[in-house]
Design a protein around this ligand. Structure first.
Ligand SMILES: [Zn+2]
Length: 369
């Protein structure tokens, strides 16, 4: 009898709390999973479209030509999380397609342009379970936006930058990079609750700090200069624009790169002979926030609304025949590729972060200047 009562109680508790929640979240996951038959259909559709793109594999130096939409799905798989909402994945798909087509002839597979790994390589890296669960979603993001690209002023928008999370507000391009791009304006990014790296601290001893800063070969600084250093300007999005240390003015990005900070949106304290940085957000903060896009999708915004939010004044439309033709006919390097490759090697050699989180970061920003 006691057992029986316990059983009833357990069922009641489960009904009220546990199982419905678990069942819901399981269903959510299963609902997300695209049926095998549909995956096969989409794969066929993609290879039959006849539109291709060529990407340089930096590791081997070879050029690989593949269907455009397969490329797009592979970039989304490399740059986003499988758990993300479909509308956020679709926004990334349109951005990835646009970026790839704008770089035809100079397109590589690293974050210098945008990360790309083939379906096979993804399976090897992420495992069968991950692929079975998410590959269909990445394909769907590509197929459902097939051929759609972003235009600004009638031209392909070739600087569709993105980053992991902004910390609440994105940046004007010229406040972070040396160039002004009209659609890379500072906008609010209010739905980043799920983002990683929201508040992160990093501690550096004053001694290490001085050595690192002096390594930049500017005017020599001392430990006293560190005690007196001062943030002299912030960007519209809240990042450190300039910081005065001794007789030098450094940019926030310089300090971010130097100490591997998650973002240039930081404050600091000096305690016990240590500089303690606290950062907000992850990445350079320019363009679309990926966590912000996912947050918008959760609130019910669609991919077009997401793109239009993060890229000011853009239009969306189908890719033109002219662009397709150029992509189909380019299966190797463009004329200035030698420089581009040299550039890539220099920049990827400096890789620091980029292991635990996706996209953004210092390499990418340098690439686009
Ligand atoms: Zn590249």
């Amino acid at each position: 009898m006691k057992k029986y009562l316990a059983y009833i109680l357990a069922v009641a508790v489960i009904l009220l709390n546990g199982v419905p929640y678990i069942a819901l979240s399981n269903n959510g996951d299963d609902e997300q999973r695209v049926p095998r038959s549909k995956v096969e259909r989409m794969e066929e559709q993609i290879s039959e479209s006849g539109v291709t793109i060529t990407v340089k594999r930096v590791a081997t130096g070879e050029y690989q030509t593949l269907p455009l939409e397969e490329y797009v799905a592979c970039v989304v798989a490399s740059e986003m999380y499988g758990q993300f909402e479909m509308e956020a994945l679709k926004a990334q798909a349109v951005a990835a397609r646009t970026y790839g087509l704008a770089r035809v002839g100079d397109l590589c597979d690293t974050v210098h342009c945008q990360a790309f790994a083939t379906e096979e390589e993804l399976r090897e890296k992420q495992g069968d379970e991950w692929m079975d669960k998410y590959w269909g979603k990445f394909l769907e993001a590509a197929v459902e936006t097939q051929g759609q690209v972003v235009y600004y002023d009638g031209e392909l928008a070739s600087y569709l930058m993105f980053h992991s999370s902004s910390g609440g507000r994105t940046e004007n391009s010229e406040e972070v990079f040396p160039y002004m791009v009209p659609y890379l304006r500072s906008v609010k990014s209010p739905y980043e609750d799920d983002a990683t790296h929201k508040q992160e601290t990093k501690t550096v001893s004053v001694d290490t700090f001085v050595k690192a800063v002096n390594g930049l070969n500017r005017k020599h600084i001392t430990e006293t200069d560190v005690q007196k250093m001062e943030i002299t300007a912030r960007t519209t999005g809240g990042r450190v624009k300039t910081i005065q240390i001794g007789n030098n003015e450094f940019t926030g990005s310089e300090i971010r790169d130097l100490f591997g900070l998650a973002s240039a949106n930081f404050t600091y304290n000096i305690e016990d002979y240590h500089v303690i940085f606290t950062t907000t957000g992850f990445g350079h903060g320019v363009g679309m926030s990926q966590y912000g896009a996912n947050g918008m999708a959760k609130k019910g915004y669609n991919y077009k609304q997401i793109l239009k939010h993060y890229y000011t004044g853009i239009d969306m439309g189908q890719v033109t025949d002219e662009i397709i033709e150029k992509s189909n006919n380019t299966t190797g390097p463009s004329e200035d590729d030698e420089d581009a490759v040299k550039d890539i090697n220099e920049k990827t050699g400096k890789a620091t972060e980029k292991t635990s989180d996706k996209s953004d970061d210092s390499k990418k920003k340098e690439s686009n200047d």
